[in-house]
Design a protein around this ligand. Structure first.
Ligand SMILES: Cc1ncc(COP(=O)(O)O)c(C=O)c1O
Length: 382
């Protein structure tokens, strides 16, 4: 099923149809934007088609069933018991994040972000006129950990929010419960709120812990953001949700969402989320096997080609954080070679923060035959 090669060109998708805008070339094999070249499960497609046959697409709302399915999903997949009153829907994790920054801090307040990280998590801090404080992750042999001593040293009375990317894009870590607990204790001691972006939580190869599920105390200072977008390849349907046990946090967040008028969700977004959470689990299990296989395939391919490109197998996501530092050429030269010689579009590591220098992010969620073609073009020139 995941081996099927589907032409995505001319479907108005960013990954294929916006190559020229972002890279200046049309003829690249795209391995960048974090969506997958796999069809969403039939159960989701069928539900969308059935709804489309109704023919009327007025304003949509979440039903009791939608809330229940999110609750069941959290319990089943992440052993986290949540209640209906803790959930609110919104048209994307990034819009939710931006709204949360404004809801829980003022201009000039300090927001801590762990780099290298998915760039909207820091761009949005600046766009909302908050002060960005970076708490770079520590790297050893491609394995990243949190630097909690550095974190403590950066806290001031103006620090309002700690941003967590959990699992972490692009370094692929699934944070252990102990790491999360240590981080949360620092936040609790210093009266800092946690915003946890957990959009990759289902795409994991080891046990994932949602930070808010650890204890009631931690849950009380946390706003969790999530969506079925990455898991089921329905990111373009813009249906996300925020969770907080703390009703004051949730109400303050909802007020900001209303102010920004971003609470209205595409009717197909709800349909897709419901079908995915109700019927998509078997597909997800098969997807995880395929992704893991593609990750191993990439590792073996680079090894057997004696390539100097290295990466640590991620604990989550299909995003490979490729290290090109063994080459004695500049970051910009690597980028130029990837684009002009290998003809592949990877995300530039520097976009994830200054510590992304020397790295490029490869999305391996594509049929293995096409992954193999991309790797062949990369190793030919590296
Ligand atoms: C960590 C992370 N958060 C959020 C998003 C995007 O979320 P949404 O499309 O719901 O705004 C992405 C997409 O790549 C991501 O990697």
């Amino acid at each position: 099923m995941f081996d099927e090669i589907i032409n995505r060109k001319d479907t108005d998708c960013v990954k294929y149809d916006a190559l020229n805008n972002y890279f200046g070339y049309d003829d690249l094999q795209p391995l960048w934007v974090a969506d997958m070249d796999f069809k969403t499960p039939d159960v989701v497609n069928d539900a969308i088609i059935k709804r489309a046959q109704h023919g009327i697409y007025g304003y949509a709302k979440a039903s009791t069933k939608t809330f229940n399915l999110v609750k069941q999903w959290m319990k089943k997949r992440h052993n986290w018991e949540i209640e209906t009153s803790w959930i609110t829907f919104i048209n994307g994790v990034v819009p939710a994040y931006s709204a949360a920054l404004e809801a829980f801090s003022n201009e000039g307040d300090e927001i801590i972000v762990q780099t290298p990280v998915y760039f909207p998590l820091f761009n949005s801090v600046k766009a909302n006129k908050r002060k960005l404080i970076t708490n770079p992750l520590k790297e050893k042999d491609g394995y990243y950990t949190m630097d909690l001593e550095d974190l403590k040293s950066k806290i001031t009375p103006k620090t309002k929010i700690m941003v967590l990317c959990s699992p972490h894009n692009p370094v692929g870590r699934v944070w252990d419960k102990e790491e999360l607990e240590a981080l949360a204790n620092i936040c609790l001691e210093n009266n800092i709120m946690i915003i946890s972006d957990e959009i990759h939580a289902d795409l994991v190869f080891k046990k994932f812990t949602s930070i808010a599920s650890i204890s009631e105390k931690i849950s009380n200072i946390t706003l969790t953001l999530n969506s079925a977008g990455k898991t089921f390849n329905v990111a373009g349907l813009n249906c996300a949700y925020a969770i907080s046990q703390n009703q004051e946090i949730l109400k303050t967040f909802e007020k900001e969402v209303k102010k920004r008028e971003i609470h209205s969700i595409n009717v197909f977004g709800y349909i897709a989320l419901e079908a995915a959470y109700e019927w998509g689990e078997t597909w997800l299990e098969e997807l995880l096997v395929y992704l893991k296989n593609n990750i191993t395939f990439t590792k073996d391919y680079l090894k057997k080609s004696n390539s100097k490109i290295t990466f640590r197998e991620p604990e989550a996501t299909y995003l490979l954080w490729l290290n090109f530092k063994n080459y004695s050429i500049s970051h910009d030269k690597v980028k130029q070679k990837l684009l002009e010689e290998s003809k592949v579009a990877l995300n530039d590591g520097k976009a994830f923060g200054a510590d992304g220098k020397g790295f490029f992010r490869l999305n391996c969620a594509l049929p293995q035959e096409n992954l193999s073609k991309a790797l062949s073009r990369i190793v030919t020139f590296f």
